[in-house]
Ligand binder design. Structure first.
Ligand code: NAP
Length: 204
């Protein structure tokens, strides 16, 4: 009899910086989809941010480690940091398939805003064949995800899912803005991340 398939969540993101919204989303998906673990993979060189200034990957990686270390089901991978060039998700998933083997199902976790962009991603149909997508969706964003599912037809119906998450008005952009203005970021990021940001003088 075939053994139980492993279920692994992939939390991809720029994480500039990681915040409680990302953590709550990953934990909600882990519970709902009965995942064995969630691997956070900071994008070293996000393909859609080539013209944008992004904090050095080592800082984003360190903050992700600090944010996730108290959850035994969370891991952080430096896989994209070790690869030169733009961090295409298809290359990452192929690397994971190679590492984990054929008996693992992958779930790529992202936000409802980011999922809107996936038709422009590199080899997206091939990617949808390798991993399912879970879009964390606030109430107002449900039609956006449904439009994307429809765009991919049967493939979208089978491989893209949405999970309702609380209406958290938190974004990395807002956090960077708050720091520049000298506002508090307490309780929006884990304490260790807050301390790391101040110690390293990030986002000033
Ligand atoms: P982004 O464009 O910075 O994010 C768009 C929106 O989605 C933001 O509101 C962001 O919130 C949210 N978001 C991003 N990741 C999330 C996550 N894991 N869970 C919940 N919300 C999330 O997106 P990004 O972070 O740079 O990229 C997301 C992932 O997609 C990365 O792994 C990236 O490598 C991949 N990607 C791949 C390709 C490709 O292969 N061609 C192209 C684009 C993106 P915050 O700003 O608060 O995070």
């Amino acid at each position: 009899m075939a053994g139980k398939r492993r279920r692994v969540g992939i939390m991809g993101g720029t994480f500039d910086p990681i915040h409680v919204g990302h953590l709550m989303t990953a934990e909600a998906v882990r519970n709902e989809y009965h995942l064995d673990k969630v691997i956070f993979i900071p994008a070293a060189n996000p393909p859609h941010k080539q013209q944008q200034q992004v904090t050095p990957a080592i800082h984003r990686f360190m903050m992700t480690v600090l944010a996730t270390c108290s959850n035994p089901y969370f891991e952080v991978s430096s896989l994209e940091m070790n690869r030169p060039g733009p961090s295409y998700t298809i290359d990452t998933i192929y690397e994971l398939v190679h590492r984990f083997g054929e008996d693992t199902d992958f779930y790529f976790i992202t936000g409802a805003d980011a999922i809107q962009e996936i038709p422009t991603w590199d080899r997206i149909e091939e990617l949808l064949g390798l991993c399912q997508f879970i879009a964390a969706t606030r109430q107002g964003c449900v039609p956006n995800v449904d439009n994307i599912k429809e765009y991919f037809g049967e493939l979208g119906e089978k491989r893209i899912h949405r999970l309702a998450t609380p209406e958290l008005e938190i974004s990395s952009t807002d956090i960077r803005d708050r720091i520049r203005k000298g506002y508090s970021i307490k309780y929006i990021v884990p304490t260790a991340v807050e301390q790391y940001i101040y110690k390293e003088g990030l986002y000033k």
